[in-house]
Write a protein that binds this ligand. Structure first.
Ligand SMILES: CC(C)(COP(=O)(O)OP(=O)(O)OC[C@H]1O[C@@H](n2cnc3c(N)ncnc32)[C@H](O)[C@@H]1OP(=O)(O)O)[C@@H](O)C(=O)NCCC(=O)NCCS
Length: 175
């Protein structure tokens, strides 16, 4: 049975010094769109990402890269002390190896750096993988947005988490 340790081990067997997080750049957008299109049934367009990077002063978007290759990305709007995750996705061939966990932790660290104390997101009620990940970070369901996803009229679960500033600043892993 593939357990927590073995999944994480796969990410840890990478040369972690070469795993980096950096702000998303316009030149990343074609690679982002390729991941976005395999990850979501209603993917954002290149224009939507361009708009976020150029016109939205609240937006912070990060990419995770390894040896020059883009593995995943995530973004959020930080407004006052609240960070609202807009999207997070890993390349499909790299899922389940612990990388999404690392990326979400980095998003939380970035949110704390910019003064956020709480984080929220919406997730499809059917997306158990993502919900499992979020619960590990202390996200709790706080309501439902009925028929939020127009492609299939699926409800969104709204989740909130308090950001543990001390843990994130010391770099200690969530469990
Ligand atoms: C959600 C997503 C970003 C997670 O990234 P990932 O690299 O696959 O996640 P990880 O390998 O770090 O797993 C983190 C946790 O997610 C859960 N998880 C991962 N794969 C899972 C699976 N197949 N089934 C159930 N839970 C799973 C587990 O809780 C896991 O923690 P554990 O390994 O300690 O048990 C990724 O699956 C993805 O890109 N999905 C498509 C896009 C998407 O749904 N984004 C979220 C929108 S709200």
């Amino acid at each position: 049975m593939e357990g927590e340790g073995s999944r994480r081990g796969q990410a840890m067997s990478m040369d972690m010094d070469k795993l980096l997080y950096r702000p998303m750049e316009m030149s990343d957008i074609p690679a982002i769109i390729a991941i976005e299109e395999e990850a979501f049934t209603s993917p954002w367009t290149a224009e939507a990402f361009m708009n976020e990077l150029t016109n939205n002063m609240f937006a912070k978007y990060l990419v995770m890269a390894y040896k020059g290759e883009l593995l995943g990305y995530g973004g959020m709007w930080i407004i006052m002390d609240e960070a609202h995750i807009t999207n997070i996705a890993m390349r499909s061939d790299l899922r389940g190896k612990g990388l999404g966990h690392l990326l979400l932790e980095q998003l939380q660290r970035t949110a704390v750096f910019y003064g956020a104390t709480r984080m929220t997101l919406e997730v499809r009620v059917s997306n158990e993988t993502a919900q499992h990940l979020y619960r590990k970070f202390g996200f709790q369901p706080a309501g439902v947005r009925p028929r939020y996803y127009s492609d299939n009229d699926e409800d969104a679960l709204i989740m909130w988490a308090e950001l543990d500033e001390e843990r994130l600043k010391t770099g200690e892993r969530s469990n």
